[in-house]
Design a binder for this molecule. Structure first.
Ligand code: HDD
Length: 742
């Protein structure tokens, strides 16, 4: 095999080995590289015990006169191959089984020594390597990415003082207040026990029965019925540590803290119809989207922020700050952004890295501590325990989990121990003074000496019993668009419940939060429509709830996927201009034709090389996989697209999903045929814009001069198209009821 061939088929890491590899600036990457098996043109298949094999296709068997005979049990290679295969699977995570992971780097820009002595939060010269795993909660490992669910957003920082994990979600609150309820909420959400239905869905009787039976879940289930539960991309999703942790400074003072991470691309979601379709059309949509962005060097970035409350302020609020079903409203406790992380490297091997990565909320470093948050306290027990079942007791020796700082102690043995510790003693204290604990000065972890006194009993403070105020705060803080989506989401979910007691009671619960919302849902799903509010709505709002609060300051279309529809006879000048402009704006153009072989422009011979080979064909992909659509003109091309039912469907569906659409010359007629475009609302020269559909009719570029003119004309056209896309979706289309042609 030539090395050129090898570099085409080998994973990145192996390519690095072939090309010399070398040390990187990332300590974790260097450490992982030491574990990477070298693959080079001289590599040959060996057995697991190292013997080169000559045949890995035929089991050793008896043959006679070209007749096949029995296989021999003796064959060590045959048996090894099958035995290894039989044991390839490990238990999937009991929750968050479906996920994808990437590497990244954290950089602090604003040190906070006033709150903490943690090196990662005080030393701006550090670049801390990270591994991040995104996940859904309810589905199995092979389920679809775009289902309605909470998303896990777990961070592992490989700090100089040990691994620090924030095992967060994309929703800042949780369903339950006490870890002891976790098995119940998960059993209720997972497929039902009698028939294992449904997969990766909360739309079923048991889930909603649980929600009703647990008023503490009221706040959270409003979040999961909002657009937060159907993110457009992991790159456009917030993350939250959810639980209340503590920070401790050099003076020994302690502060309560919540962690936030906010994407620089804004917080955006799919629309529900699109999410449903994508679950079938491209179940890997989110993981592919993330890998694609990183492969293109478009590294997702997140601002890292904290909300801090001094220890003395613990009881200053009308909610308990240790209750994970509550947010700390940003109007009261602003988020202070102190750093940023970017995700910049895809894994080399999914199993050894993403599947074997294991997070623990209990993994903290000096300067960071726990609080008495009863959910966190239980989590601290659960994660370590589950990793032992999933990966074995030596799971922290696996390359992906291994800290970048020295690890040494007297823990020993267990299945699959890798490291070999020299020395004659494995206990402390010992006669040699070998491997003693560290002092505080040496960087040892010193627990905060908290005073604790009280009654031992199974109860929580009174503030934990207010389950409605923050649910109201959430609903009040949404925009009309978001509220409508939430009503439809409740409508969908409860429609899938066939036990009337479930959906009837749930709508009564909604009336305790917002009467008109409850009435709208009840009318959709059946059962008595509540007439009276269960309790008065306090009318308060706060920032940081609505996704519209996170629109990037400068409109951007960076990393957005734009489909360009063409057919034979397309107009090359407009095609080239628009495609180049898309790239220049940092977005990704994808050419879609009726076939994935060369498509020829108007006025050119159909000779290989004169046209363009599309990235996909109309049947191979769907509009759901793109953020915007540009339909390129040309007389023949437009006639062909207008005749194609699938092309019409692309345009109609993109319109229904509120996406920016643009068309030039004859393609304007194609778009108008597909969708009943309402009256033009904005017109600037030849450029018309109506409900996010931008058209430029008079383009003809049969000569170079005309092509140059088009490039000039197209400025306003492209600006409007790109602006529409930067707003993510054209909400006015939905508000005015025009999006029904999906
Ligand atoms: Fe959990 C996995 C997030 C409550 C027990 N959880 C897991 C993962 C995330 C979260 C992101 C996947 C980690 C990965 O990618 O490997 N969990 C949360 C959040 C919670 C929460 C934000 C509420 C604040 N979890 C929670 C409770 C318990 C657990 C109350 C148990 C008492 N979670 C687990 C687990 C998992 C897990 C069973 C399954 C796989 C794993 O840990 O590694 O231990």
């Amino acid at each position: 095999m030539s090395s050129a061939m090898a570099s085409q088929i080998l994973p990145t890491s192996a390519k690095q080995v072939l090309t010399g590899g070398g040390k990187t600036t990332d300590r974790k990457e260097d450490q992982l590289n030491d574990n990477i098996k070298e693959v080079n043109p001289e590599s040959r298949i060996t057995s697991d015990y190292g013997v080169k094999q000559t045949n890995t296709d035929d089991w050793l068997r008896i043959t006679r006169d070209d007749q096949i005979g029995p296989m021999l049990l003796e064959d060590p290679f045959g048996r090894e191959k099958i035995h290894r295969f039989d044991h390839e699977r490990i238990p999937e995570r009991v929750v968050h089984a479906r996920g994808t992971g990437v590497f990244g780097t954290f950089k602090l820009h604003t040190p906070i020594p006033e709150y903490t002595k943690a090196g990662i939060l005080t030393d701006t010269s550090r670049e801390t390597p990270m591994f991040v795993r995104f996940s859904t909660v309810l589905g199995s490992r092979g389920s679809a990415d775009t289902v309605r669910d909470v998303r896990g957003f777990a961070l592992k920082f490989y700090t100089d003082e040990g691994n620090w994990d924030i095992v967060g979600n994309n929703i800042p609150v949780f369903f339950i207040q006490d870890a002891m309820k976790f098995p119940d909420v998960i059993h209720a959400g997972k497929p039902e026990p009698h028939n294992e239905v449904p997969q990766a869905q909360s739309a079923h009787n048991n889930f909603w029965d649980f929600q009703y039976m647990h008023p503490e879940a009221t706040h959270m289930f409003h979040w999961t019925m909002s657009d937060r539960a159907i993110p457009r991309s992991y790159r456009m999703m917030q993350g939250f540590g959810v639980n209340t942790f503590t920070l401790q400074n050099d003076k020994g003072e302690r502060f309560f803290v919540k962690f936030h991470y906010t994407p620089t691309l804004g917080v955006h979601s799919l629309v529900w119809d699109e999410a449903l379709k994508l679950a079938g059309q491209d179940p890997d949509f989110h993981r592919k989207d993330l890998m694609e962005a990183i492969d293109h060097g478009m590294f997702p970035k997140y601002k890292f922020g904290i909300q801090v409350i001094p220890e003395s302020g613990e009881h200053d609020f009308d909610f308990d700050i240790l209750d994970a079903t509550k947010v700390w409203p940003e109007d009261l406790i602003p988020v202070r952004y102190i750093g940023e992380f970017e995700l910049n490297r895809n894994v080399d091997e999914f199993f050894t890295e993403t599947e074997q990565v294991a997070f623990c909320t209990s993994h903290i470093v000096p300067g960071i501590g726990f609080s008495d948050d009863p959910l966190l306290q239980g989590r601290n027990f659960s994660y370590q325990d589950t990793q032992i079942t999933r990966l074995g007791v030596n799971w922290e020796e696996l390359p992906i989990n291994r800290p970048v700082c020295p690890v040494l102690n007297h823990n020993r043995d267990g299945a699959m121990k890798h490291t070999i510790t020299k020395g004659t003693v494995n206990y402390w204290p010992n006669r040699h003074q070998a491997v003693p604990p560290a002092t505080k000065e040496e960087g040892g972890y010193v627990e905060y000496a908290a005073k604790v006194a009280g009654l031992k009993q199974r109860t929580k403070s009174a503030k934990f019993r207010d389950h409605h105020s923050q649910a109201q705060l959430f609903v009040n803080s949404l925009t009309q668009v978001e509220r409508n989506h939430m009503i439809n989401a409740f409508g969908f979910e409860l429609d899938h419940c066939d036990d009337p007691i479930v959906y009837e009671r749930l709508t009564q619960r909604l009336a305790e939060v917002d009467l008109s919302l409850a009435q709208s849902v009840a009318q959709m799903v059946g059962g008595p429509v509540p007439e009276k509010e269960g309790r008065p709505n306090h009318g308060r709002k706060t920032k940081g709830i609505s996704q519209f609060d996170f629109v990037p300051e400068k409109p951007t279309i960076a990393t957005r996927r734009i489909a360009i529809l063409i057919a034979d006879g397309y107009d090359a000048a407009s095609f080239n201009t628009v495609k180049a402009a898309i790239k220049a704006a940092g977005a990704l153009p994808f050419v879609i034709g009726p076939r994935r072989s060369e498509i020829y422009p108007a006025g050119w011979d159909k000779k290989p090389g004169n046209g363009v080979v599309p990235d996909h064909h109309l049947e191979g992909q769907r509009s759901t996989m793109f953020d915007a659509l540009y339909v390129c003109g040309g007389v023949d091309a437009s006639a062909a697209l207008a005749k194609s039912g699938r092309a019409m469907h692309w345009i109609r569906e993109a319109f229904g999903h509120l996406k920016a659409i643009a068309a030039t010359s004859e393609a304007v007629d194609v778009v108008e045929k597909a969708i009943a475009l309402p009256q033009v609302s904005v017109s600037q020269g030849d450029v018309h814009e109506s409900y996010g559909v931008v058209t430029l009719r008079h383009v003809r570029a049969s000569s170079l001069k005309e092509a140059v003119d088009f490039a000039k004309d197209s400025k306003g056209f492209l600006e409007q198209f790109f602006y529409g896309l930067s707003q993510h979706r054209c909400w006015a289309r939905e508000m005015d009821g025009l999006n029904t042609q999906v």
